[in-house]
Design a protein around this ligand. Structure first.
Ligand code: GLU
Length: 411
């Protein structure tokens, strides 16, 4: 199996070739322009000091400041952060936001850390990267296992360092600190819109659809709720411990009430199946909304869904994409399906810059337009060039960075 960075690079290469760019452009865009590794000493509650390793990667800032989340996870590594920053450039290109891509991560397990330890780690990270970030340089946001409280600590630390209030330094903040309406649900809203568009392309009806969602965190949890409320049958969900499946549909409100802040709920049940088994169960729409490399050559031929919508980053391997293609399963790629989060982050940053705030209704309308237009452009591109939705999304996504780099005279 090719790793995330290598497979991203190979698709970027094909996309740039299709767009008629030279190999020099590929050499520029295949890696981030800048990545720093930082070591963050944190005083733990028991009095000892632990040194954490963190990263911030900035893929390309030709279009504008770089933008993207910070993840707290034990498996964070340099290559993954690099790949994720490239994907942020692609997401911003697809949605036509005035940003390049960035991403950060800290190797840690927030599930085993206290509130105080997390606060000291978050503040330490901002101090360590403060020279290369800022509202017009690189704007962080939430990602796996980070949330609005962590964004609030980071914003406070940055504002203290600069000695002026800087809400535009980071997005995904609590509303009272300049967060945007609709930011929390934005990723799931984006996925929902992609599902609606995909369903209409397949001539199906949402009310008749059976959906499996892998992951019950921010994206998966809200998505399950939106699908349930829309009358679709959510037949399967899962978390890091296992999965629940019921062909009659699950009671999503009940499950949401009982999950913990890390999206865990299956540990309360005895009739659970594995995440692997869940992916192969009967359904019409499969939404991997957890971690990468879930649909591989080993299970791609066993998927029952006719639509796969990737709410997570990189859930399907490049080899498995080919299998799904052959089977004529419509795959809505991650860089399109999960672009709702960064889109509303952009709205948050615009509101911070102008000091004037929009209603949830306005945000939802603006988000819908961005995602519907993006879906449409990518679908048309895939038809016109006879390529799959993933390659089409890369073509649309990389074009702005390439054009901007060219106009700036870099290539
Ligand atoms: N972490 C999210 C993503 O991967 C959001 C990034 C942002 O809001 O800047 O798209």
């Amino acid at each position: 199996m090719m790793d995330l960075l290598r497979s991203t690079q190979s698709i970027i290469k094909s996309a740039l070739q299709k767009l008629g760019y030279s190999n020099d452009m590929y050499e520029l865009l295949k890696e981030p322009l800048r990545i720093i590794t930082v070591r963050i000493p944190v005083r733990m509650d028991d009095g000892t000091v632990k040194i954490f390793t963190g990263y911030r990667s900035q893929h390309n800032d030709a279009v504008g400041p770089t933008k993207g989340g910070v993840r707290f996870h034990p498996e964070v590594n340099e290559d993954e952060v690099k790949a994720l920053s490239i994907w942020m450039s692609l997401k911003c290109g697809i949605t036509d936001l005035p940003y390049g891509g960035g991403k950060g991560g800290i190797i840690c397990d927030p599930r085993n850390m206290s509130f105080g330890e997390l606060e000291r780690l978050s503040r330490g990270y901002v101090r360590a990267i403060s020279q290369i970030v800022g509202p017009t340089k690189d704007i962080p946001a939430p990602d796996v296992y980070t949330n609005s409280q962590i964004m609030a600590w980071m914003m406070d630390e940055y504002s203290r360092l600069r000695e002026f209030d800087s809400p535009g330094f980071i997005t995904g903040k609590p509303i009272v600190l300049g967060g945007s309406q609709g930011r929390e649900t934005a990723t799931a809203r984006g996925v929902t819109i992609c599902i609606e568009e995909a369903i209409s392309k397949k001539g199906m009806n949402l009310k008749d659809a059976r959906i499996i969602i892998q992951g019950f965190g921010n994206a998966g949890g809200f998505l399950a709720k939106f699908m349930y409320d829309a009358g679709a049958k959510v037949v399967g969900i899962s978390d890091a411990h296992g999965a629940l499946y019921d062909s009659d549909g699950l009671d999503i409100n009940y499950l949401l009430e009982r999950r913990d802040s890390f999206g865990t709920v299956t540990n309360l049940f005895t009739n659970i199946i594995s995440n692997k088994e869940l992916l192969e169960k009967e359904c019409d729409i499969l939404v991997p909304a957890a971690i990468s490399n879930q649909i591989t050559v080993e299970n791609a031929h066993l998927i029952k869904a006719s639509i796969v919508v990737e709410a997570a980053n990189g859930p399907t391997t490049i080899e498995a994409t080919k299998v799904l293609d052959k089977r004529e399963i419509l795959l809505v790629p991650d860089i399109l399906a999960s672009a709702g989060g960064v889109t509303v982050s952009y709205f948050e940053w615009v509101q911070n810059n102008q000091g004037y705030y929009w209603s949830e209704d306005e945000i939802d309308k603006k988000l819908r337009k961005v995602i519907v237009d993006s879906f449409d452009t990518i679908y048309q591109t895939s038809q016109k060039h006879k390529v799959n939705m993933r390659l089409a999304a890369y073509m649309v996504g990389i074009r702005k960075s390439a054009e901007a780099s060219h106009f700036r005279g870099w290539i």
